[in-house]
Design a protein around this ligand. Structure first.
Ligand code: ZN
Length: 505
């Protein structure tokens, strides 16, 4: 089994913010989970480096676009170890191997008769690097996303015959009702297609910062065509001396933000069809993490709106795992939702530090105190086992649908169950009565096994913490086929465990 998951490639002009971390962590959670299932996983992220916005900023700063791209790509590379991303490759669209492959694929689209040259006129957002349709223009000819005035542009361009893919795209949507998720985004993309598709400009004549159109070298490809192809091109050169395309294409899942839905859910499958390539299996469109500003209004976090929350600062205070956990716990992946330092602090304290961290510390301390640090080698409590029944397949099924928040909720229900179990059993009471030694054995063994079972499932969300705790339990195996409650024997020794989620300084 192969599993290929991607993030969008991030536009190199932006500074990495929580939104980028969010998308990348989402993909990382799925990649780690699928590795636990023993699948061959490829997880791709990277940077989008061509186009007019990069050329403009480079000009303002008096550097070459490539110098600017090199400098800015580094900030996205630096983010990855900080958020503990386990990506298999980082693609940069200025990589000459990507450029050559883009030319191959686009030449095929041209040879297949899906391009022509014509005059293009329209309202253009330089920040979106996109011509806007009438429905996408806000009041006063402004960009609804960037809230800046649009430019009226006119030039000779190469066009992609998107209109001829209207019927094939409708069929793709009809045959694959799961192909875009959540359903609201599927409906939105389908409505765009049903509204009638215009051909789209695929080259720029005025610009030089891009990949040269091989059949007309005075033009470069419109940055979106170059960028979208990264998902496909990367496989041909990501691993030295190997072409991974046949193993991993078509991708299992593209994770994207809703602002780039049209490109991914309409242009991208049409381009692939035009090049006779299979389309990805699924696209998951996530919402925005909204910050409450001083007026209580929720706004999208974005560099251009100037309300950026620095993920580095959050991780410095609470740790990387706390950020990873909070983002997917607080906001249902796929929906918009508000995040704030207040709810962050509450979840850190009540869920990570108390429900989980304290449960682990108490359990290990009791095994130390009452059983000399050895997990009793007895059967687990069948009543507790019943409450864990079916958890692993349930989590797998949810994550197959990229339902990251729901899967976490199911796991956390068991974390809470274990907390109730401690109170019900009151091992400190059982320890006072020698006649209850067998009950104490069962309680301690069941708690240790329960913590192990939830922690293996929590590994994709909080990998550093899970590693520490599993090490202390003497059970470092992450494979899901041994994750079920009761799957591992007792009898092992437990070690020391420092507080997992200490009070921040
Ligand atoms: Zn815009």
């Amino acid at each position: 089994m192969a599993y290929y998951v991607t993030t969008p490639i991030y536009y190199v002009n932006a500074a990495p913010h929580l939104g980028h971390a969010y998308t990348t962590i989402g993909a990382d959670i799925l990649a780690r989970h699928h590795r636990q299932r023993g699948e061959e996983v490829f997880f791709l992220t990277g940077t989008d480096e061509h186009g007019e916005p990069v050329a403009k900023v480079a000009e303002q700063e008096g550097v070459s676009p490539k110098e600017l791209a090199d400098r800015n790509a580094q900030r996205f590379l630096d983010l990855l170890p900080r958020i503990n991303a386990s990506n298999d490759f980082f693609i940069r669209t200025t990589d000459p191997r990507h450029e050559a492959k883009v030319q191959d694929v686009m030449q095929r689209i041209h040879d297949n008769g899906h391009t022509y040259k014509a005059l293009y006129e329209g309202w253009y957002c330089p920040k979106c690097a996109d011509f806007k349709t009438d429905a996408e223009i806000a009041e006063g000819h402004t960009c609804p996303i960037h809230r800046i005035p649009l430019d009226w542009e006119s030039e000779e361009n190469w066009f992609f015959r998107l209109s001829t893919f209207e019927e094939p795209l409708k069929r793709l949507y009809a045959d694959n009702p799961e192909w875009v998720a959540p359903r609201t985004r599927y409906n939105e993309a389908l409505a765009f297609i049903n509204g009638g598709l215009n051909d789209v400009s695929l080259s720029r004549g005025k610009l030089t910062w891009g990949i040269t159109v091989p059949w007309d070298p005075d033009h470069v490809f419109y940055v979106w065509f170059d960028a979208l192809l990264n998902y496909y091109t990367a496989l041909s050169f990501a691993r030295d001396g190997e072409d991974l395309t046949s193993t991993f294409w078509p991708a299992n899942l593209h994770i994207i933000g809703k602002d780039i839905l049209k490109f991914h859910a309409v242009f991208w499958p049409a381009m692939l069809m035009a090049a006779d390539l299979p389309v990805p299996q699924r696209e998951l469109i996530h919402g925005y993490l909204l910050m409450r500003d001083s007026s209580g209004e929720e706004t999208k976090m974005s560099k251009s709106l100037g309300n950026v929350l620095d993920p580095f600062e959050v991780m410095d205070t609470f740790g990387t795992d706390a950020l990873r956990y909070y983002c997917f716990r607080e906001v249902n992946f796929g929906q918009d939702g508000g995040v704030s330092t207040t709810t962050f602090g509450e979840r850190y304290e009540s869920e990570l530090a108390n429900d989980y961290g304290n449960l682990a510390s108490r359990t290990l301390a009791m095994i130390g105190r009452y059983r000399d640090g050895v997990v009793p080698d007895v059967d687990v409590d069948p009543a507790l086992a019943a409450d864990f029944d079916g958890l692993v397949p349930e989590v797998c099924a949810l994550l197959d649908n990229a339902e990251i928040t729901q899967a976490l909720e199911r796991i956390w229900t068991r974390v809470r169950r274990l907390n109730r179990y401690v109170e019900e059993q009151a091992p400190w009471q059982l320890a006072k009565d020698d006649a209850k030694a067998a009950e104490l054995d069962t309680a301690l063994r069941s708690l240790a096994e329960g913590i192990r079972a939830v922690t293996v499932l929590l590994h994709p969300y909080i990998p550093e913490t899970a590693a520490k705790l599993l090490e202390a339990l003497g059970e470092t195996e992450l494979a899901l086929d041994g994750a079920a409650f009761g799957a591992r024997p007792g009898g092992g020794s437990v070690g020391e465990l420092a507080p997992l989620f200490p009070k921040p300084q």
